[in-house]
Design a protein around this ligand. Structure first.
Ligand code: UGA
Length: 444
């Protein structure tokens, strides 16, 4: 049992803290937001994540998980041996990561610490930040107390973050201090994953390179999807055929409307920015971003190709709004850009999402929110699938067709079978599913 403090109880922090508590450690979650901490103390989680509340409640009850806004209490009162920095690193004006919260955390830790600490960076930070954090702590300490900085990037996906934490593919640790890295490695031993120890900068780079590679896979398959449409092939089958090659793998090969969320868009941009600043030319990363931006347009282009360029007087429904299924997160959600493009072309935009409606209403001006999927399709001239929620997959197509003004479905996530769509009398366009959405191929 180790005493751990987690600074920042956003997505990464609350998952990290709760999971380490569940592994038997004594964890204190610290955040500067009084509101967040008050909610957590009242048992309200700061994020939507299945299973999190139950896990947090259990560990609070067992006395292994507590929350505070006080650095003094979280570091000294808690006698923390390890302090994880899990604060946000939002995108700066030029695409670089903004480190103001990391700086504030490092300074506050340094100002109060009265005993040696291992400070661990979990936030996604530019290469070189570990050394920078060490400098800040050293300068802000009123008196010299030993500490070490370790980089331990997170590889958690929203929606499955708890199981990703508990069953990682690997743990990456970077430090100038092998002893500190070893201590952090011990903390991760119960997770039974390979542990890779590198220097600080390399660990930070592994995080960016991993996200950039996954984003590249997505843009690659989206480009192949667009070529499939031109050549009348089906990208779903192409991806399945490719994915069986062990060197390629089937993950991240779902063609669609591109990647969104709080990680890939920001991290690819930040890596390209870091490269450009140092005079390197990140041509592939630029292409990955360009394809991703274009991909959001494709569903609007398909809708306009059927309904006409001018969408004045037309109603288009967005089925799903979150950036992916399993989360209410609207950060960089393709639906936001898609709604804006449709509105600019004159359309009235409706939307429905099982969990992201509140957030969506804040970021998509003038969107008309529907009560459920059928209320969404009612009166629509076209429906665009933006999120692959399971509950949309079994939509009663006959009923949907009856409710729609025009039976047009543009499936930005390829959740429907083109043949079944055609059979139900719907005009269907998927992503990369042949010239006409693929219906002619699967139905003789
Ligand atoms: C991503 C990474 O997968 C995590 O490993 C990483 O820790 C995290 O970023 C982070 O840096 O914090 P996440 O953003 O939660 O996790 O979501 P993913 O499930 O990876 O999906 C990202 C986006 O790609 C979504 O918009 C999703 O719809 C899209 N996507 C994913 C596709 O378009 N096709 C695919 O085949 C897979």
């Amino acid at each position: 049992m180790k005493n751990i403090t987690v600074v920042g109880v956003g997505y990464v922090g609350i998952i990290t803290g709760t999971c380490f508590a569940d592994l038997g450690n004594n964890v204190c979650g610290l955040d500067s937001s009084e509101e967040k901490i008050a909610s957590l103390k009242a048992g309200v989680m700061p994020i939507y994540q299945q299973g999190l509340k139950e896990l947090a409640d259990r560990n609070v009850k067992a006395g292994r998980l507590s929350f505070t806004t006080s650095y003094e209490e979280a570091i000294n009162g808690h006698q923390a041996e390890f302090v994880f920095i899990c604060v946000g690193t939002p995108e700066g004006v030029d695409g670089e990561a903004d480190l103001k919260y990391v700086r504030a955390a490092a300074q506050s830790i340094a100002e109060v610490m009265d005993h040696p600490l291992v400070i661990i960076n979990k936030s996604t930070v530019p290469v070189g930040t570990g050394d920078w954090v060490a400098d800040i702590v050293r300068e802000a300490q009123p008196e010299l107390i030993p500490f070490s900085v370790v980089s331990c990037p997170e590889f958690l996906r929203e929606g499955s973050a708890i199981s990703d934490f508990m069953n990682p593919d690997r743990t990456i640790l970077g430090s100038r201090d092998p002893e500190a890295a070893e201590k952090v490695a011990q903390l991760h031993l119960p997770l039974r994953a390979p542990i890779v120890v590198t220097n600080l900068r390399t660990a930070e780079m592994i995080k960016y390179a991993s996200n950039a590679f996954l984003a590249t896979k997505i843009s690659f398959i989206n480009e192949i999807a667009n070529i499939c449409e031109a050549l009348d092939a089906d990208v779903q089958e192409v991806a399945a055929g490719m994915g069986l090659d062990g060197r390629i793998g089937s993950a991240m090969l779902n063609a669609g409307i591109g990647y969104g969320g709080s990680c890939f868009p920001k991290d690819v941009k930040a890596l390209a920015y870091m490269a450009n600043v140092k005079g390197s030319h990140p041509q592939l990363l630029q292409a990955v971003m360009d394809i991703n931006e274009f991909q959001r347009k494709t569903v609007v282009l398909k809708t306009r190709a059927i309904l006409g360029e001018d969408l004045t007087g037309r109603t288009v429904g967005l089925l799903g709004l979150a950036f992916k299924a399993g989360t209410d997160d609207m950060r960089e959600a393709p639906s936001v850009d898609i709604a804006q493009m449709l509105q600019a072309a004159g359309a009235t935009v409706k939307g429905y999402d099982p969990v992201a409606m509140e957030w969506a209403a804040r970021v998509i001006p003038n969107i008309q929110l529907a009560d459920d999927a059928y209320d969404l399709v009612a009166g629509c001239d076209a429906v665009i699938v933006c999120t692959e929620w399971n509950e949309f997959k079994q939509l009663n197509l006959e009923r949907a067709k009856e409710l729609m003004k025009q039976p047009v479905i543009v499936d930005g996530r390829n959740i429907y079978d083109p043949g079944a769509m055609k059979k139900a009398g719907l005009i269907y366009r998927g992503v990369g599913r042949g010239h006409d959405g693929g219906a002619s191929q699967t139905t003789p």
